[in-house]
Design a protein around this ligand. Structure first.
Ligand code: GLY
Ligand code: MN
Ligand code: MN
Length: 418
């Protein structure tokens, strides 16, 4: 932060679901990363101005009635004894405390545009300092968005963070196994979703890290299908994109299972084409490689597969150049993964894709989707959708596939389901 700097980092509040019920609380990822404090309406203030506590937490105070209804709060005292704050105060005093918090500050870390009350409080202090500068109050010279630094930190996972991501992956593996075993005709997509949720929670996860996609047959071609309310049919594929959130960290895994346990008819060849593309992408992973290189490796293999399946016809380079594949593959192959499923961190530096470095975690998730009403596709292939997604951590000399334990070859998937 440098000397004489103050950072103000607000946490999440409760969000109204309907009438007088709220959505389950989920802490803001930046706030969670910095504090490990998992209660609503808190704000962290970090300070390097002389004589100020380095770490102050503003929190909901103890309140017997409120705690009887909604649960125990650490309160002002707990913020210090349990969460390591040097000072703590009632969150209702945050705005009135801003002038004092900013005393002697020359640089302020704050993300404007997220919390209007806080923005107004800070701007009022700035304006006041400017007007009274003759009496010695200097306005803050520099306001910096803390996310630039913070998100770069979050991009590089430390060993304890990787341990949490491995646990999220391990729970996800068990959940996929429970789901795969039940992927039988006449089961409904929501039954499969319920099994995933059950395992996520049973093993101490917070639940799904994002809306689970449980897409039977042609629903697999709807990329973010989360309705999950249709019956499964023998011989169809079932695309499950679901990962557990554990201690705030997401896993993000897709497998595509044959309903009934065996890949039938053309589903096998489509599945194999995606698996080959995913392997080509994995073969391109190393420190120093870039995500666009990995995407290109997957794409070339996938387009080869599309030609073999007679979805496309023409010269490889032309098909890629003309993006002829977009009706069947319309998303990118990778995204950062961490506290958020589509995690923070810059994808490019100085206008160029950044080289991968140890500690970065991302997905590899090629897919092939043939809409059921796509008249230009061979009829037998219509309504087939496949995606295969793993979570990859870059190491000093290669990579670790965090989700390797979840089977994906045709044979391994069929054995697992049996
Ligand atoms: N589940 C969202 C994604 O794979 O990016
Ligand atoms: Mn996914
Ligand atoms: Mn993903």
């Amino acid at each position: 932060m440098g000397p004489n700097a103050v950072a103000i980092i607000p946490g999440a509040g409760l969000v109204r679901r309907s009438a007088d019920t709220d959505y389950p609380f989920r802490q803001d990822s930046d706030f969670w990363y910095l504090t490990g404090f998992n209660h609503p309406d808190a704000t962290a203030v970090f300070s390097t101005t002389p004589g100020r506590p380095p770490f102050t937490l503003f929190v909901q105070p103890r309140d017997r009635t409120a705690e009887t209804w909604t649960g125990i709060r650490p309160g002002v005292e707990g913020a210090q004894t349990e969460f390591g704050a040097d000072a703590a105060d009632d969150c209702s005093r945050l705005i009135e405390s801003i002038p004092e918090l900013l005393t002697d500050a020359h640089r302020l870390f704050h993300s404007f545009g997220r919390d209007p009350k806080l923005d107004v409080g800070i701007q009022a202090v700035q304006e006041d300092r400017r007007l009274h500068s003759r009496r010695g109050g200097a306005p803050i010279d520099e306001t910096v968005d803390p996310r630039a630094t913070l998100h770069e930190m979050r991009l590089f996972k430390t060993e304890p963070e990787l341990a949490l991501m491995r646990e999220a992956a391990s729970i996800t593996c068990e959940a996929h196994q429970a789901a795969a075993r039940e992927a039988a005709p006449n089961r409904n997509e929501y039954e499969i979703e319920a099994l995933l949720d059950y395992v996520f929670r049973r093993r101490g996860g917070a639940g799904a890290a994002y809306g689970s996609i449980v897409a039977g047959g042609p629903n697999a071609a709807i990329l973010h299908y989360i309705t999950n309310d249709q019956p499964l049919r023998q011989g169809d594929l079932l695309l499950i994109d679901a990962g557990c959130e554990y201690e705030g960290y997401a896993s993000d895994v897709t497998r595509t299972y044959p309903v009934g346990g065996r890949f039938e008819g053309p589903t096998r060849a489509v599945y194999q084409a995606v698996l080959d593309a995913q392997q080509a992408a994995l073969d391109a992973v190393r420190p120093g490689a870039t995500l666009p290189e990995i995407h290109d490796a997957a794409l070339r293999k996938l387009v080869e597969g599309m030609v073999a399946l007679e979805l496309l016809d023409g010269r490889m380079d032309d098909l890629i150049e003309q993006q002829a594949y977009t009706p069947y593959y319309m998303h990118s192959t990778s995204h950062w993964l961490g506290l958020d499923v589509h995690d923070v961190g810059r994808y490019a530096v100085d206008g160029k894709p950044r080289p991968l470095e140890a500690g970065m975690v991302f997905t590899i998730e090629p897919g092939l989707y043939i809409a059921k009403d796509d008249a230009s596709a061979p009829e037998a292939l219509r309504g087939i959708g496949v995606r295969i997604e793993d979570d990859i951590a870059i190491t000093q000399d290669g990579y670790e596939n965090l989700t390797e334990a979840i089977p994906k070859t045709v044979e391994a998937v069929e054995n697992w389901m049996a």
